[in-house]
Design a protein around this ligand. Sequence first.
Ligand SMILES: [Zn+2]
Length: 384
Amino acid sequence: MPRRPRHSIIMEQPVLKIVGRKSTRTSSKRGVIQAIRNWCQSAVKKTCREKPMRQIKKKVVSKMPLPKRLKTQPNPIDSLRYEFACKKLTLTDSSKSNKKKENQHKIQFGNYVIDTCFKSPYPPDVYTQSKFFICEFCFVSIKTANMAKRHKDKSCMKCPPGNEIYRQGNISIFEVDGQKNKMYCLNLCLLTKLFLDHKTLFYDVEPFLFYIMTETDQDGCHFVGYFSKEKRSIMNYNVSCILILPTHQRKGYGQYLIDFSYLLTRHECKIGTPEKPLSALGLLGYQRYWDYTVLKHLNSEKYGQSQSIDNISTKTGMTPDDIIAALQRNSLLISNDGQYELHIDQRDIKQKLAKIESKMQLRIDPRKLVWTPPSYSSVHIDTT
Ligand SMILES: [Zn+2]
């Protein structure tokens, strides 16, 4: 049998398709050529019929004077681009919101379910859960409710490790050494990262002390907040990171912990300031504390007694920079021929103090502190 040419299949299909409408004689060679001609002619006619229409339309449109507003309107391609850009934008926005959702988890912390704000490098098997569990005593992350219950009932401590150095009513503050309790402090840092983004304190907890604030009841010492502090700070930082859990905010605990950090600084016979940058909320809290402390000091001093920035600094534990900023905020520092003078109006100070004190909920009682400043600055010299 003669082999069928390979291209015959390709040739047959269009011919049969087109010719089939007008002529059935497609088998002969002449018929095939005629069919192709007919098809080409019809195709050319079709395009010729369509083209003038487009041209006319174009001409009409181009002759019509466009109002100014329409001239600035984007052409269809631009519109498409614009639409695409919008879609892209919405895609970007939705991806952002998705990312935000990725960062937002629910944690069960003691009796509270808390929405988190930022991403924290928890183990993937735990962090992929929409809600996971964090032990309120040791901060271990736990995947399921059953495992959390077993952990709580059997193996967990009921108060922070380290020494309880302050107790006032049901509030206690524990001093925890990052070197001695590394896992506890690391887990606390992971928890902190869920709520604070601007501080990064991970893996290197050994140079820090952690001051853990708890509320105590029959079930144990429940964590409410903390601050960390460098053991040796060249920059006189007395707070490195400070956090109050969202469930315990608006109770005055932030001011309480700030006040406590300055109480420790005064006991060390030092001056101190928090590590910068501060979060917006942190800055507001600190400014309120600095204003109150400076005003209180000026109010307690006898009228007519000479005052100096150094004197205020020694008594309060605040740095001169923070004191000057507080004085300026309260219009107590006046420039006189390049020299700054303290302008003390006792009545004005009393009014400002009363206003701040009316909002204060808790105050530190310095007599409740049982603490000897740890000595990290001494260098051991081996003479043997
Ligand atoms: Zn635990």
